[in-house]
Design a protein around this ligand. Sequence first.
Ligand code: KIV
Length: 279
Amino acid sequence: MSPSETPPSSAPAPASVGKPVTVSTLKAMKQRGERITMLTAYDFPTARWLDESGIDVLLVGDSLGMVVQGKTTTVPVSVRDMIYHGEMVARAARRAMVMVDLPFPHGQLGPRATLRVAARIMKRTLCQAIKLEGGAEQAETIATLVNAGIPVMAHVGLRPQSVHALGGYKVMRDAERVLHDAKCAEQAGAFGILVECVPSDLARRLSSEVKVPTIGIGAGPHCDGQVLVTHDMLGLTSGYVPKFVRPWANLGRDMKQAFTAYRDSVQAGTFPDAGESFQ
Ligand code: KIV
């Protein structure tokens, strides 16, 4: 189903803000030098606000394991979790492209097994694209998915699903490896490359050496687009927030103020008042 069609539920449809974003839209944006905007989304109301704000791509990231489920890494996230959240996001999106992450280890199971999982996620969520971690070693898998009609974004640089092998979340400075990964993914048919935690100069070089759009996170200003974890940029994350996040809002503080005010009103007997009650 294209995002311009009626969603399969009775959920209220948000106002449309333009033509649906497709892989061709993103490619054309790179060619015109227009920056692509991507943010993570995990639920219907947030996805609706993101879509209405004109964000181009909503990523149902496996970061949901950390910012929604309170886990310490993305490793425990399941396919079922991705489908559960992906369905809600796709139901809300009218213009934005919805992309769902393949959770650990489903992007690494080889071409046929990965295709089965990716297809299941697409059929269940109605998302328009899949993201998987890896580059050079994933070339065959990417090609298999692309040949089956699945738009794939590769994820190079820091790969959070490999955090235990890496010994922590780090800036990835092996330029040859990052460039090789990106080029192999492009050659295999990936329509875009997410680049995480690499030095700005490397991201600049990478973005000029591949034709497909690059989307950076912790990769400086020279990528073709940017992505952040929405909970981080809204100030909803209670733990560690990386230095590349700009806090556009402090919703954690605002929520605490509202909850405290509600508690005080209930305890003082001032809520509900006559206007908030049935006579
Ligand atoms: O899962 C996620 O949210 C990601 C981030 C790097 C954007 O992949």
